[in-house]
Design a protein around this ligand. Sequence first.
Ligand code: PPE
Length: 315
Amino acid sequence: MLTPTEKIWHNGRFIPWEQATIHVLSHVVSYGSSIFEGIRCYATPSGPAVFRLREHIRRMLDSAKIYRMENLGYSGDELAEAMLELVRVNRMDSCYIRPIIIRGYGEMGVNPLKNPIDVYIACWNWGKYLGDEALSEGVDVCISSWNRIAPNTLPALAKAGANYMNSQLMKMEALANGYSEGIALDTSGYVSEGSGENIFVVRDGRIHTPPLGNSVLPGITRDSILTLARELDIPLVETIVPREMLYIADEVFFSGTAAEITPIRSIDRIPVGKGRRGPIAERLQKEFFAIVNGTRPDRFRWLTAVPVAQPAGVK
Ligand code: PPE
């Protein structure tokens, strides 16, 4: 269960966690008009640090632009500042940060343009997304009977709340059948992504991952894996992945802010490779966690330190 933290940021002010509520007739409730982000803040020897803050904010502003939310009222820098400040006021060492932008209360009807836009940022402690042993043991997943959102229906590059109705169908079906996650194919039948993760498939030492055109979210962790693989001299291609490639792969793993790098040990009850975490996933995990935990230099400048004290000049 969610353990509350003290404060939530709302339109420029910190409010008590319990007061971050909305009216049931807010536009978002009937029409799904929300966009959001998920960002992790890690504990490092020099204090809490947020992973790829700028990139997450950029994606959030991109999502807002796609949905014609032009008047947020806050710049990317102001939102970044608010997130760092939120972690600080809640005295978190590590946490998950969830900015949410919604179309609020005012008019009813599909047209959202007259409704106010509300910006919230919350944070809380979020443990291992797919279970405590997922990172070391791997997870058992299935191919979903649901396809990922089709091109030119809901934009997959936007991280919009509405996309997660599709994710929920995938997730509930997977759980009902005893799996911990589902992998969706796109509407052409090619591998797309998990309900909340991008996917990577290894065969003969080479990593394959679906390109952005296969209805995937442009994951920040995905992008980090592209960078790490290049750096570690592991061949990686962004290419269309047929379903059956999953069954004959040496390794398959998920990436995501919440899921981090999670190995997959079986798909539709067929063991992946040796049926446990493979060497490439393990190597990427080691590298990834060394950077985010601050035990290896932050050579890609992925971390933003959370200031320990209120900086001078901030109200
Ligand atoms: N695909 C989807 C559909 C997705 O939701 C996520 C993140 C990713 C890929 C990976 O993106 P990134 O986090 O930038 O590497 N899913 C977020 C929400 C999970 C949730 O259950 O809520 C997350 O991991 O924070």
